[in-house]
Design a protein around this ligand. Structure first.
Ligand SMILES: CC(=O)N[C@H]1[C@@H](OP(=O)(O)O)O[C@H](CO)[C@@H](O)[C@@H]1O
Ligand SMILES: [Mg+2]
Length: 558
């Protein structure tokens, strides 16, 4: 390997010495980057900066992203995630190196790891290369400091440039990286223009005969006291036909990030977030998580109850699927002789409610399953012309393949406005591809698509809720000695190790009507997760508990 030169070695050794890894600390890139108490994150963040810069060098100087956030976790936590040049999550092939680097015990060990990795990957260091990393952070108190730490890590790769894009939602940064590398406008103002314009365009395409629905314009958004609420306040005045009120907006003094509010809280607890109450009965409400890449909707059911009717990621997915299918069916209807052949696919995980999967399959759709984690779902969705994916917790998007968008564009240019022409349907799909974030799940743009579709269909929240009835489900966490002893297959729906456990699960499941149950080691917490579904709440709980007991017994409860 070409010697990277003294200055490169010195820079790496210096950065590693600034933020030593404390004895006993171990970082793991996990399902969504490194995360821990914010005050302990500097070593991992600095080293993630090094990884991001190396990734950019490897990709010929293409922009790579780095975001400082711990999403829905408590305000004291923080984390770091790397965004690949296509705007998606960092290539999984680089995760083992990221782990090794984050845990390198000494500056010299770090240097050796970088040198070896650069050699293996064919990366020439210290030469005439360039690298650029776009940085962003959410509103956490440790964010500013950690962003500075990341910058130091990036600068440790000689020739790298760190560009601070400011306080952003996670999906904004993904969008910027994607656009920049495609030679498209990539500023925050461009992001806002694109989503507000395409939203306006979609509303203009709402069927004329359906008129305007006065009732449906009001929407209250729980911003989790994070960055999403602040950004939504910024674009609110530019959103036609929507009367949005933001609560837990992230403004100084309004509340603590993610504390008893936000999409994760609402989806898991199924109760009202802080700031919502009896006066909100009947109003459509939405909830973002702390970095605004998750979205759920809810309704306050009665003035005396704190429970909510929840519309989770599965039902958001179902709404999008219906809308897209409606447009495709008309474009490809017999009068139009299949103008736009489309491979349309839906991607879910084992956590998708069984009722949603049945609903989608009954529509004749191709529904495929991947392991938990957006990185898996996104990759699968890219295999289709239009791929829709969502996790039940509200993270997801609709991906339009580039070739398909080109076909759609030339189709819209060819079609006339004449009666019977599916021009409007094609334009709706085009506007949808502009509105919904193509890089990653995005609460703000996802919410605008939901709103446009509800207006298109003139649907109330209740109409949406009634699409299907969720099967009661229960999730439990089991603390065991070593969660990695569980190995799964079939998109995590079956256990292959330890032997015998799957047979025990099967024996439990047959006792329950509509019973379904699976267990898997979490990728973000030191627990085994147990998920069960059945026809009643009590049955789902009982099934989850029985299986949790088997897990405890076989793996050793701790
Ligand atoms: C059941 C569940 O909600 N799991 C979450 C959680 O992953 P686990 O690997 O289950 O800990 O965090 C991931 C990252 O945010 C998210 O993608 C995923 O959906
Ligand atoms: Mg998040």
């Amino acid at each position: 390997m070409a010697d990277p030169g003294g200055s490169q070695r010195t820079a790496l050794l210096a950065a590693a010495s600034l933020f030593p890894v404390p004895d006993g600390a171990t970082f793991s890139y996990g399902t969504a980057g490194f995360r821990a108490d914010g005050s302990t994150m500097a070593p991992a963040v600095c080293r993630a900066g090094i990884v991001a810069a190396l990734r950019s060098v490897k990709l010929g100087g293409a922009a790579v992203g780095l975001v400082i956030t711990a999403s829905h976790n408590p305000v004291g936590d923080n984390g770091v995630k790397i965004v690949d040049a296509d705007g998606g999550m960092m290539s999984q092939a680089w995760e083992p190196f990221s782990d090794a680097l984050a845990n390198a015990p000494t500056p010299d060990a770090l240097l050796q790891l970088v040198l070896q990795f650069a050699k293996d990957e064919g990366i020439t260091l210290g030469g005439a290369h360039s690298a650029q990393v776009l940085l962003a952070r959410d509103t956490r108190p440790t964010g500013e400091y950690l962003l500075d730490v990341a910058t130091k890590g990036i600068s440790a790769i000689v020739g790298s440039v760190a560009l601070d894009m400011g306080i952003l939602t996670t999906p904004q940064l993904h969008w910027m990286v994607r656009n920049k590398n495609r030679g498209l406008k990539a500023s925050e103002a461009d992001y806002f223009t694109q989503i507000t314009e395409s939203f306006r365009h979609l509303l203009e395409l709402t069927p004329d005969d359906k008129g305007i629905d006065e009732l449906n314009e009001k929407l209250i958004v729980d911003g989790a006291n994070g960055i999403g609420g602040l950004k939504l306040e910024q674009i609110k005045p530019n959103l036609a036909r929507l009367d949005i009120l933001v609560r837990n907006s992230g403004k100084e003094g309004e509340g603590i990030l993610n504390e008893r509010c936000g999409a994760d809280f609402v989806q898991k607890e199924k109760v009202l977030p802080l700031g919502f109450g009896p006066n909100d009965v009947g109003v459509r409400c939405a909830s973002f998580d702390g970095d605004a890449d998750r979205l759920v909707y809810f309704h306050v059911t009665s003035p005396s109850k704190t429970s909510v009717d929840l519309v989770d990621g599965d039902k958001i997915l179902s709404l999008f699927v219906l809308f897209i299918r409606e447009q495709l069916d008309i474009i490809n209807g017999k009068d139009n002789k299949g103008l736009l052949p489309t491979r349309f696919g839906v991607v879910q995980t084992a956590y998708a409610n069984g009722a949603s999967t049945e609903f989608l399959k009954n529509l004749g759709l191709e529904v495929v399953f991947t392991s938990t984690g957006v990185k898996y779902l996104h990759k699968k969705a890219l295999e289709y012309d239009i791929g829709v994916y969502f996790e039940a917790n509200g993270h997801g998007t609709v991906l339009f393949n580039d070739d398909f968008v080109s076909r759609l564009e030339s189709l819209t240019a060819r079609l006339s406005e004449a009666a019977g022409s599916p021009q409007k349907q094609a334009l709706r799909l085009l506007a949808t591809s502009q509105l919904i974030n193509q890089a990653v799940g995005d609460a703000i743009s996802g919410m605008l698509l939901v709103e446009a579709v509800l207006q298109h269909k003139r649907w109330s929240f209740q109409n949406w809720c009634d699409l299907y009835t969720d099967l009661p489900s229960k999730q439990l966490k089991v603390k065991v000695e070593d969660r990695t002893a569980i190995v799964t297959t079939d998109a995590e729906r079956k256990v292959c190790q330890p032997s015998g456990l799957q047979e025990l699960i099967d024996k439990e499941v047959v006792n329950y009507s509509h019973g379904r149950c699976f267990v898997r080691p979490s990728g973000t917490e030191d627990v085994v997760r147990v998920y069960a579904e059945a026809s009643t709440v009590e049955a789902a709980e009982s099934l989850a508990k029985s299986v949790a007991r088997h897990v405890e017994r076989i793996l050793g409860f701790c």
